[in-house]
Design a protein around this ligand. Structure first.
Ligand SMILES: Nc1ncnc2c1ncn2[C@@H]1O[C@H](COP(=O)(O)OP(=O)(O)OP(=O)(O)O)[C@@H](O)[C@H]1O
Ligand SMILES: [Mg+2]
Length: 277
């Protein structure tokens, strides 16, 4: 790495009751992969940050900087080489229903209907049918899919599948929702609709969200805070608060504050490209 000053702000803890742990705490996490040549590749190097309860955190960064790896580690699908991750003060030690996940590739069970997909986790936990029905009805209404409850995933559009995935994740009442480029495969109009839908659902659910995207407009539109990562090795370069009031609408892309923030993030990402050459 060149002699580039990396300013990593102190993890902020606003929006949180004093004395309660942050919803997510990533502590000195490094992740190294073995390369086919027998060496090691550092995907994440000493990453530390906190996400307060009910915050919408967005992670942006160049391709390959370790965004997905960070979510997999938080989900408990992989283990850090060094460091620890805590969700609600509990050390992550494998997958758990307290972390809901929505990923870019569609991960619905193809043999289950929309309703059965959303109901899956609740049924597995042995929740009685009447209670299950009430929760599933609520979330199907939230994502506007009640009419399609008996459809199978292959009978849905991409946007609808991601709406089912969001409903399924929230139905389990997770502590935190982890989203890895969930709208990356959608056309721009569907994507904008999904962003508005997610903001509405988030406002109702008050869940903590960690959302990964390549799209800076999307990051500023959705986030309370944007965590900008750098690559080689993957690390948090800067944490920026989004100074734009909610509710947010697409018109805000014309606002001065929006444009300034976009310029700042682009600058940080651009520096990273320069460093790589
Ligand atoms: N199983 C693996 N074995 C070896 N290297 C891996 C493995 N998984 C990921 N990597 C490497 O770790 C780095 C981080 O990968 P990751 O998928 O987390 O990046 P990302 O930021 O999500 O990228 P993108 O924006 O393209 O999705 C990449 O350089 C990738 O090549
Ligand atoms: Mg990724």
């Amino acid at each position: 790495m060149g002699a580039v000053a990396i300013k990593q702000e102190e993890p902020a803890v606003t929006g949180q009751q004093p004395g309660t742990p942050p919803r997510l705490r990533v502590e000195n996490v490094s992740l190294r992969y073995r390369t086919p040549e027998g060496g090691t590749f550092s995907a994440l190097e000493n990453v530390s940050f906190e996400v307060p309860d009910q915050q919408f955190a967005v992670i942006v960064g160049p391709s390959g900087c370790g965004k997905s790896s960070l979510l997999y580690l938080t989900a408990g699908l992989a283990e850090p080489t060094e460091g620890d991750i805590y969700v609600g003060g509990q050390l992550v030690d494998g997958p758990g229903a307290d972390r809901g996940m929505v990923f870019q590739s569609y991960t619905l069970f193809p043999w289950l209907t929309v309703r059965q997909n959303v109901e899956f986790g609740l049924k597995r936990r042995g929740m009685p049918a009447a209670e299950r029905r009430e929760i599933v009805d609520y979330y199907l209404d939230e994502v506007g899919l009640r009419r399609f409850e008996n459809n199978y995933p292959k009978q849905l559009s991409g946007g609808m599948m991601q709406r089912v995935a969001i409903a399924r994740a929230l139905a389990n009442d997770p502590q935190i929702l982890l989203m890895d480029e969930p709208f990356g495969a959608l056309d721009s109009q569907t994507r904008m609709q999904m962003q508005q839908l997610l903001l509405r659902v988030w406002d109702h659910s008050k869940k903590t969200v960690v959302f990964v995207t390549h799209d800076i407009d999307e990051a500023i539109l959705l986030g309370d805070r944007v965590y900008v990562m750098g690559a080689r090795p993957g690390r948090i370069k800067r944490i920026l608060d989004v100074p734009i009031e909610r509710p947010r609408s697409l018109d805000m892309v014309m606002d001065r504050q929006f444009i300034e923030m976009k310029r700042e993030i682009l600058g940080l990402l651009h520096d990273d490209l320069e460093e790589a050459h």
